[in-house]
Ligand binder design. Sequence first.
Ligand code: FES
Length: 162
Amino acid sequence: MTSRGVDLSLLNPILERYRGQQDALITMLQEIQDVYAYLPEEALARLSRETKVPLSRVYAVATFYSQFYLTPRGRNMVRICRGTACHVRGGHRILEAMERELGITEGETTPDMGYSLETVACIGACALAPTVVINRNTYGKLTPMKVPEILGRKDKKERAIE
Ligand code: FES
C-alpha cells in the first residue's frame, strides 16, 4: 500500500517488532529512517496511530535529535564545516566549490538523490581545517581543487570518524 509514493507496508516489520513498546520510539524512528533514508510524514502518522504515541510526541522526538531528517536526503551526505577555524582557513571557498561541483546550494539535494549538502558547526577536527565530512569520512586541509577528488573517491579518507 502506498501513500503519496511512500510504501507504508515497509513499516510492518518495525511495528511488529516493537509492538507494545512505546518506550522504543527512538529506536523505531531510527529503523524507519534506515528504511526511507528520512522520516516521511505518512510513516510518522501511521507510527503514531499504531503505537498510540501522540503525533505531537513523535514530532517532538523527531525534531529534537539532529540524527533525524523530515525531508528526503541524498544517498550521500556532504557536510561542510562552518566553524571558526574552518571559516578562517577558507571553508566558504570549499562550500562554493562543492556547490559548483554538485550543482546545488546548501540545504539542497541533487535531483538524482545522490548527494545532499549542508553546513555544520565545528566537527572537532580544527587542526585539519578546512574540513568536510562525506557520510562517515572526514577530509581535511582541503582546497577547492580537491573537491572533485573527494567526491569521486569517498573511500580514500584522511581520517574516519566511526
Ligand atoms: S572549525 Fe571546522 S573542524 Fe573545527
